[in-house]
Design a protein around this ligand. Structure first.
Ligand SMILES: O=P(O)(O)OC[C@H]1O[C@](O)(CO)[C@@H](O)[C@@H]1O
Length: 407
């Protein structure tokens, strides 16, 4: 395998009951040349520059962005300013990391905290004029207006009369591969959304997914969204299919409460995507119209929770969210970050059982993810051998994907 795997620490592992967890170290970013190192050393500075260029920020924001760039590149982790509303929470979550290099903190924590600090730098939670202004909105909006979305929406017309099974598979795959369109990649000039020679599913439990959702069974499905735009549009189209074909009576779409990981979807992004759909001609417009009405009727509901922006694995989800997921027929978790949080951001042996790692999850769960970080579990030994032999950067380049289900 050509990829340099991130360095990991057993010492910083969060407490977890399973023996597998004890053996699988938590990923850190301090191995030069590793994927995690590259995110901190290259993507984050590039992102600061992009955000800076996208808005006519004032001196205060520019100085705060300079300080964040300097701190995260050369300095030690500083706490969130006391006036930030969630200062206390981050003080708890960051215990042990403040005063130390960003690169020595768990990768999941460091990345998550970086996004929180970026919001602080641009005054997102402040009382000034930049309050509530999504620093990633220009990128999300450009994507939504782009030719790729236009084409994807047009392609729906050809699918409208396809047999239900064929349509279901196509829409499930569209939602899955929509995850490849991740604006975080573009911040650093990499482009998993571009032409990909070797797209492949490394695990495919889609039959189990459909078995959990037989038509007419009054199911409720929770979809935990990931990116806005080119990912959320196919997610919404899949949701429409689930509702239309009675695989679900009700869908709850969970989104982030505030901007996160560049392109993560918030309520405003759901609205933008629904509007984009409703304004489109043909099948896309009809789907948009049905979803819009579904929102009013309650068959589609959007929810959010602060835990979605926490630097924690799902194993540590709060009780209210646990109840929420326990009460639905199936939870579909979209994307790479949700996968890392679902199985734990650790260097698992890739054949570690997905079912065992997710046994704590309060109900049936499906992961739909393109592979964009070192974490992977639940592979067959033969698949793993083939991937390793290929010499490709299959774990991190977004060229491979998976559908894994725990019933
Ligand atoms: O949008 P997704 O699929 O959750 O991907 C986010 C991924 O992007 C990165 O931030 C950088 O590639 C990963 O660390 C992270 O898992």
């Amino acid at each position: 395998m050509t990829e340099k795997i991130s360095r990991a620490s057993r010492e910083t592992a969060v407490a977890s009951g399973s023996a597998a967890a004890a053996a699988a170290p938590v990923i850190l970013s301090n191995e030069r040349g590793s994927f995690a190192w590259g995110v901190l050393a290259k993507r984050h500075p590039a992102l600061i520059q992009q955000v800076r260029d996208a808005f006519p920020y004032g001196r205060r924001q520019h100085e705060a962005l300079d300080a964040l760039l300097d701190e995260s590149s050369n300095g030690v982790v500083e706490p969130l300013a006391p006036e930030e509303p969630d200062h206390g929470r981050w003080a708890d979550w960051g215990r042990g990391h403040f005063g130390r290099s960003w690169y020595d903190a768990p990768f999941l924590w460091a990345e998550s905290y970086f996004y929180r600090r970026l919001l602080a730098a641009v005054g997102y939670f402040g009382t000034g004029p930049w309050q509530g202004v999504d620093p990633f909105a220009p990128f999300k909006q450009a994507e939504l207006r782009g030719e790729a979305v236009e084409e994807e929406l047009r392609a729906l017309d050809a699918l409208a009369d396809a047999p239900a099974g064929e349509r279901a598979t196509a829409l499930l795959h569209a939602s899955l591969w929509g995850n490849r369109a991740d604006l975080g990649f573009r911040a650093s000039g990499e482009s998993p959304a571009g032409e990909v020679a070797t797209s492949a599913l490394v695990a495919d439990d889609s039959a189990a997914l459909w078995q959990l959702l037989p038509a007419g069974a009054s199911a409720t499905v929770a979809v935990v969204a990931d990116n806005a735009g080119r990912e959320l549009i196919p997610d919404l189209i899949l949701i429409d299919h689930l509702l239309e074909h009675r695989h679900a009576e009700r869908v709850v779409l969970h989104v982030k409460p505030y901007p996160y990981y560049v392109s993560d979807a918030m309520t405003a992004d759901v609205v933008d995507c629904l509007r984009r759909l409703t304004e489109a001609p043909g099948e896309a417009g009809r789907i948009g119209g049905r979803l819009w009405k579904g929102m009013a009727a309650g068959s589609l509901e959007v929810r959010t929770h602060s835990f979605f922006c926490a630097p924690l694995p799902y194993e540590e989800m709060p009780e209210d969210l646990r109840k929420e997921f326990a009460g639905v027929t199936l939870t579909i978790l979209k994307g790479d970050l949700n996968y890392r949080r679902l199985v734990g951001d650790r260097l698992w042996d890739a054949t570690t059982s997905f079912a065992e790692l997710t046994a704590y999850f309060p109900g049936p769960v499906a992961a739909l993810r393109t592979l964009k970080s070192d974490v992977i579990a639940g592979l067959q030994q033969g698949t793993l051998d083939d991937l390793e032999r290929s010499g490709a950067a299959w774990r991190t380049s977004g060229t491979h994907a998976l559908i894994q289900v725990r019933k």
